[in-house]
Design a protein around this ligand. Structure first.
Ligand SMILES: Nc1ncnc2c1ncn2[C@@H]1O[C@H](COP(=O)(O)OP(=O)(O)O)[C@@H](O)[C@H]1O
Ligand SMILES: [Mg+2]
Length: 1008
């Protein structure tokens, strides 16, 4: 390259940085492009670049030259990991991912005019300068240039690497771009301008089209469209953000609403915002937390300790409290609480906020603090800044030159430092800053807050180290916050107190959720779900709860589904998404292992994971080691027996949701096969994977098995949940085939568990058996018809629709006799006896009950109690007994009741036993024998509550309430009411009148 050509390139490069004034010096000193990477800070100073800011800008741009922008950042530079990366087999299309992405669209204003006025070659170089400028500003904030489209540039923040604050990065980058483009000139010296649109939303991003050279990284979703449309709304030189993006920004930027606007291609109006400036925030926490008084749960000890140290500091024993904990655990919250607690005291506060964008900028936090205290505005000219500086710090302050140099001011103060070499300047600056702090502390106690030192630059860190040495006898307390990954203990200096923050406990979490929900009462299941998902991390609790409240998910069936006895996954709030993805992205390529593990669940077994990955045992082990090292998962046990748990449920969710649905489906399918082949695997687990693999028919069968197993353990609510899941799975089966038969089988098997857990009169019972009846007829499987109709009979009885129930019972009898089925005949007589009994036809009831007993007497089989949930003959005998008691044949009646109890106890079927106890207790109550009634009702209550029998825990209370009412009227009445309410809550109104009728009130009440 000849000298002239090199000089030109240097000049245009400097122009791109807005620093063309140094071009002459560079060229005079023979600085060619190839030499740039070797330039040091000192060289620049020698070249006459006096401004620290300008030197920083040049060095940053040089750094970018060696790491060219617009390349996906290399996942990591660790050789071991690279080896692993190449070993991870790529699935077809596996690079595509689902992401919440912040998309930025940049456009050059007036490019068509340019095109028509410029020579094509000149136009080319104008566009090239513009493009490289945009690329540099995007790279500076770790964004990714996806595509140059003439003068339009499409950029992503959040892919291929996510950061905690991608939305903020995008806006910062957009603002730098419009600012930098404004300094570009056309060959005719006309200033140029760009405008920027930014939007955030769910996208599918990655190499989804073609392979090899034809591949293209595309984003699918409406977000890029929105960004492009918003860009068109912006005035030249401005950034417009979508509402989704603004929400993520908190209070960092000043914005103005552009109101609801109809946009082409969008069905609903959008409400974008114009970014008009940046707020001078003291801490990032303040920018995020907008609403005023905040509560703090727990943390009394931590705050107490910090205040204790503050007390010491005030007495002249300087202190440093180092608060460490993961993101969102509450470091800033406690710091804020400390600030509030001392706010009434006369003191000085200095706040340094370290920034993830400026860990390479020396003293960035100090400079920002200075700008804030002296009130420098974005648009202030140098003279104005000098004036404000002198006004705040005093015109005769000997530190003015230091401050002026920190603020990059070219004026008489900064001249005072000329001639110092860099080391000297640095030393003077640090000394000056510390003097400033100690001077202030000499007048008043000083609280020095340094937030987020994991992002600190080396110079500020050195400042802090020196500060620790110098404050030992000063009235200074340093409150430092950091994430645990950053290890700097200030050398274990004696004035340092280290405080590691723990997660919030369950109680505090619950209180926090309730507080956030305000007047809204979240269902306990939702609260439990939030607790389980957020693991006591306040940030997660806050964001997830807010997300739930915003979506009002809790009254939507999709999330809260009682039938399912569970909850759908709560969506990951957008505000958490980026930070969770960032944790995973840092771990390329083991992220893929994390994703597969996420398909297994929050907990996963090594051997199961092994069965779905193509990694060798050693590679897998290594990937898992990395996940453990990164504290994303915990490990218990070793080798192939090891079990792992994602540290946070939300990390698992983020990994899971980032996979393409098709990929997830495939992995779930493999997991289902693997688990299905293990004899010990729980059927519901296999079913879960089958569902996710969209193998619905098989899933239904597995859920049926799970339901059956639960029913056999008399775990009825669980059984109902599994059966219901089986039915849901069947709904998704498209080619119905024999699905109807399977559905009928499920509905019949669900009968008893449903009666036990929901009672007899629940709408679910009616719906289930009406459908079962219909299926019997349509499939021709009429052998189940009796079962379905008998259940319907019981439903109408309890509602009560007594005449209809008697009518149905008679039909049942006809049907059963026609089929010559003894079991069914017995049950039909029992049904009819019950209907008569509650109709008050005691004689008819006794006759039918006896007929039932006799029908079964000839059978030599065991009655199928499990199938019907009751032992027909004993129930008949107990009804016969109560009827006899009412008819005055007390001894025989009571003997029949007692003998049926004996049989029921022997059979030991809870539902059957409760029923028969009920009838005996009823007989005692009809006889006005509270003592005897009480003994039985108590037995019944324990049984019903222990076995979660919905109807009978109500029934037992009504009887017990009546019985104890003779001794303890108030308590009795309370229990009776509770019983009636429970009974009614199952949908039943049968016999409730009996309880409220005075004739049946306990003797003590009627005596009054
Ligand atoms: N003990 C607490 N009680 C109530 N809210 C809390 C508590 N700790 C943290 N928060 C809230 O959780 C969020 C995250 O806390 P923050 O202090 O910003 O975490 P960190 O600084 O450790 O990243 C904040 O909105 C904060 O107000
Ligand atoms: Mg914080």
């Amino acid at each position: 390259m000849d000298r002239q050509q090199g000089g030109k390139e240097i000049a245009s490069w400097l122009q791109g940085l807005g620093l063309e004034q140094y071009a002459g010096a560079f060229i005079d000193n023979d600085i060619e492009p190839a030499i740039l990477p070797k330039l040091s800070d000192d060289d620049l100073r020698e070249l006459g670049v006096k401004s620290v800011g300008h030197r920083r800008r040049i060095l940053a741009a040089i750094a970018e030259l060696s790491h060219p922008p617009a390349q996906p950042p290399k996942a990591n530079d660790n050789a071991k990991r690279d080896a692993l990366q190449s070993a991870v087999p790529r699935r077809e299309g596996s690079e595509a991912e689902r992401r919440n992405l912040t998309v930025m669209f940049v456009d050059l204003v007036g490019s068509t005019v340019l095109a028509s006025t410029l020579d094509p070659e000149d136009l080319g170089s104008v566009i090239a300068a513009y493009q490289s400028l945009v690329a540099a500003e995007v790279a500076r904030y770790d964004g990714y240039v996806a595509k140059f489209m003439g003068d339009g540039v499409l950029c992503y923040f959040g892919w291929p690497l996510a950061h905690e604050e991608d939305a903020e990065r995008a806006v910062r980058s957009g603002r730098s771009i419009v600012k930098a483009v404004a300094s570009l000139r056309t060959p005719a010296q006309v200033p140029m301008a760009a405008r920027v649109g930014i939007a955030t939303g769910l996208c599918v991003v990655g190499e989804v089209i073609g392979t090899g050279s034809a591949h293209e990284e595309v984003v699918i979703g409406e977000t890029p469209n929105l960004a492009a449309r918003l860009q068109a709304l912006a005035q030249p030189g401005y950034v417009v953000v979508a509402e989704s993006t603004r929400k993520l920004l908190g209070g960092i930027f000043a914005v103005e609403s552009l109101g609801p606007i109809e946009l082409k291609g969008f069905s609903v109006p959008v409400s974008p915002f114009l970014v008009v400036g940046e707020h001078a925030i003291e801490t990032r926490y303040d920018a995020r937390v907008t609403s005023a008084p905040q509560v703090m749960f727990g943390r009394d000890l931590e705050l107490g300790l910090a205040l204790e140290r503050w007390g010491q500091a005030k007495r002249g024993e300087g202190q440093l409290v180092l608060l460490s904990g993961e993101a969102g655990i509450g470091k800033s919250r406690i710091t804020r609480a400390l600030i509030d607690a001392v706010s009434q005291e006369n003191h000085v506060r200095v706040s340094y906020q370290c920034s993830p964008y400026y860990s390479g900028s020396p003293l960035y936090p100090a400079v920002q603090q200075l700008r804030r205290t002296i009130g420098i505005g974005e648009a202030d000219e140098d003279e104005e800044k000098v004036r404000k500086l002198e006004a705040t710090k005093g015109p005769a302050n000997p530190l003015l030159p230091i401050f002026a140099s920190l603020l990059d001011l070219q004026n008489h103060h900064s001249d005072a430092l000329t001639g110092l070499n860099p080391q000297q300047l640095r030393a003077r600056t640090l000394d000056g800053l510390l003097d400033d702090i100690l001077d202030a502390a000499a007048r008043l106690p000083l609280l020095f807050v340094i937030e987020d030192i994991h992002w600190i630059d080396a110079t500020t860190l050195e400042l802090l180290d020196q500060c620790v040495e110098r404050i030992q006898h000063a009235r200074v307390m340093m409150m430092v916050t950091t994430r645990p990954t950053f290890e700097h203990g200030f050398g274990g200096h004696p004035i340092v107190t280290k405080l590691a923050l723990n997660r919030l406990g369950r109680e505090q979490t619950t209180a926090f959720i309730e507080k956030l929900a305000g007047d809204i009462r979240l269902p306990p299941t939702i609260v439990d779900k939030i607790i389980a998902t957020t693991d006591g991390v306040p940030l997660f609790i806050e964001e997830l709860t807010k997300g739930v409240l915003e979506a009002r998910h809790f009254d939507r069936a999709a999330v809260f589904d009682e039938d399912h006895a569970g909850l759908a996954n709560l969506d990951i709030p957008l505000t958490l998404h980026d930070s969770l993805m960032a944790r995973l992205d840092r771990l390329q390529p083991v992220k893929e292992v994390a994703q597969m593990a996420a398909c297994i669940g929050r907990e996963f077994r090594h051997d199961l994971l092994r069965s779905v990955t193509r990694l060798s045992a050693a590679q897998l082990e290594e990937a898992l080691d990395q996940l453990v090292d990164a504290e994303l998962v915990f490990r218990r046990g070793r080798g192939s027996d090891a079990r792992y748990t994602f540290k946070h449920a939300l990390v698992r969710d983020a990994a899971y949701h980032s996979m393409l649905k098709s990929v997830r489906q495939h992995i779930h399918s493999q997991l289902a096969d693997k688990l299905g082949s293990e004899s010990t695997a729980e059927p519901e687990l296999v079913a879960h994977h089958l569902m996710a693999a969209k193998r619905y028919r098989e899933a239904a069968e597995c859920f049926l098995q799970a339901g059956r197993a639960a029913a056999a353990r008399f775990a009825n609510p669980e059984a109902v949940a599994h059966f219901t899941s089986a039915l849901h799975a069947l709904e998704a089966v498209t080619n119905s085939g024999d699905a109807n038969e399977l559905e009928l089988g499920i509905r019949i098997e669900m009968g008893v568990p449903l009666n036990a857990s929901a009672g007899y009169a629940s709408e679910k019972v009616e719906a289930n058996f009406l459908r079962a009846e219909e299926l019997c007829i349509s499939t021709g499987l009429t052998s189940n018809l009796f079962f379905a109709r008998r259940s319907l009979w019981n439903f109408y009885l309890d509602r009560p629709d007594l005449h209809r129930s008697r009518h149905l019972a008679k039909e049942l009898l006809v049907e059963a006799s026609r089929r010559e089925n003894v079991e069914e005949t017995t049950l039909a007589h029992r049904a009819l006896a019950t209907s008569y009994f509650y109709l008050g036809a005691i004689g008819d009831a006794a006759r039918e009950a006896e007929a039932g007993i006799n029908a079964w007497a000839t059978s030599d089989r065991h009655f199928d109690v499990a199938r019907y949930g009751e032992d027909g003959p004993s129930i008949c005998r107990s009804y016969l007994g109560v009827a006899q008691v009412l008819a005055g044949r007390v001894d025989t009646g009571l003997a029949n009741c007692a003998s049926s109890v004996e049989t029921a106890e022997r059979l030991d079927h809870p539902l059957n036993l409760a029923f028969i106890l009920m009838n005996l207790a009823l007989a005692r109550r009809f006889r006005n024998e509270p003592v005897e009634c009480r003994a039985i009702a108590e037995q019944m209550l324990i049984l019903a509550d222990n076995r979660r029998l919905a109807s009978w825990s109500g029934g037992a209370r009504t009887l017990l309430g009546w019985a104890i009412g003779s001794d303890l009227p108030d308590e009795g009445l309370k229990m009776l009411r509770d019983g009636i309410n429970r009974w009614r809550s199952t949908g039943s109104e049968l016999a409730t009148l009996l309880f409220v009728d005075c004739g049946y009130l306990p003797p003590a009440w009627t005596d009054r």
